[in-house]
Ligand binder design. Structure first.
Ligand SMILES: [Zn+2]
Length: 335
């Protein structure tokens, strides 16, 4: 049998059956210190697909950073049966340093793809990924959390018309999965244009560790590795409890979804939490005026699941409070 070819990333040669960290140059901080982008390359001894695991595309979404870090530690990736994993714990190092979603000039890297070599910092980070990483990978999982104080129950978002993204979502086996259109300028869209399916994992909220979301992320990676023969065993999906609170191993495929917004400003007290089943018209929270001059009741607009909610105790009129999604009548099929 001929030996597997080495992987070459930015002129660094990684022989088959070895591990290397490749530091991609991007830019310097204003102080003059160069901040590279570390890419952990696990190039297995046997032929197989190349999987991208990335976190911190939004610098304050620390659960994704921790999921990729935890995947790097231990034997999960160093003992690959076949194939290759490129793992990037923090794509937006610049935002991460300042506890920020965006790069220091205020731009969102995940709206800057495919990027240009002479663009702004966000565009430069995007360009580096588009030209140096995406051409090497077959598929990927990009780890995110809810923005600001909003938390997401562990879920996979996939491009509806891409059967390979659906297959990836199915293999990951998050408690819930739902189709989500490709956002213009996102990593997922840029990869899709290159024929590389990337699914987004959402779990927890920014700047707050969520051990359940981190654990679900790791379990999902193990299942994806196993599905493509890169690992021999993985834990079964946990699924979601049904509306009577009975735990089920069945993962939920969701479709129509919408945010319930605050009809008044005040103190927000949720009565239900993400991951719970709700019925249309069910009371799920209240907003109280601090002087107790009024209370606004919040009802679920549909029967389905709460897939995210706002943890801010004080809200303004119009703020997003609960993200609700209806369950598909049957799991989507791969043609
Ligand atoms: Zn994000």
């Amino acid at each position: 049998m001929t030996e597997r070819k080495p992987l070459v990333l930015d002129q660094v040669v990684v022989p088959a059956g070895t591990y290397k960290v490749v530091h991609l140059p991007i830019a310097r901080l204003t102080s003059g210190v160069e901040i590279p982008l570390p890419v952990h390359v696990f190039h297995g001894a046997k032929e197989g697909p190349t999987l991208l695991l990335s976190g911190g595309l939004h610098g304050d979404e620390v659960n994704g950073v921790e999921i990729v870090r935890r995947a790097l530690s231990g034997k999960m990736l160093s003992g690959l049966e076949c194939g290759t994993v490129l793992a990037i714990p923090i794509i937006n190092v610049y935002g991460f340093l300042f506890f920020s979603r965006d790069v220091p000039d205020g731009k969102d890297v995940n709206r800057s793809f495919p990027g240009t070599p002479d663009g702004s910092l966000a565009s430069l980070v995007a360009h580096t990924l588009s030209t140096k990483i995406l051409p090497l990978v077959d598929f990927g999982i990009d780890f995110h959390t809810g923005g600001a104080s909003r938390t997401n129950y562990p879920q996979i978002r996939y491009a509806k018309d891409d059967p390979r993204a659906l297959e990836l979502a199915r293999a990951f086996g998050a408690p819930m999965s739902m189709p989500s259109s490709l956002i213009h300028g996102s990593l997922r869209e840029a990869a899709h244009k290159l024929g590389v399916p990337i699914v987004v994992y959402e779990g927890g909220e920014s700047m707050r560790f969520d051990s359940f979301a981190i654990d679900e992320g790791i379990r999902g990676i193990k299942r994806v590795l196993t599905r493509w023969g890169m690992r021999t065993k993985a834990p079964k999906p946990r699924g979601l409890a049904d509306r009577h609170g009975r735990q089920s191993k069945r993962v939920r495929w969701l479709a129509d979804n919408s945010w319930v917004r605050a009809e008044a400003s005040g103190l927000f007290l949720p009565l239900r939490t993400s991951g719970q089943a709700v019925e249309e018209g069910e009371l799920i929270g209240r907003i109280h005026n601090p002087n107790d001059s009024f209370t606004v009741k919040i009802y679920s607009p549909m029967t389905g699941y709460l897939i995210g909610h706002n943890n801010m105790p004080l809200v303004h009129r119009g703020d997003a409070l609960f993200h609700v999604a209806a369950e598909e009548t049957e799991a989507p099929q791969i043609d």
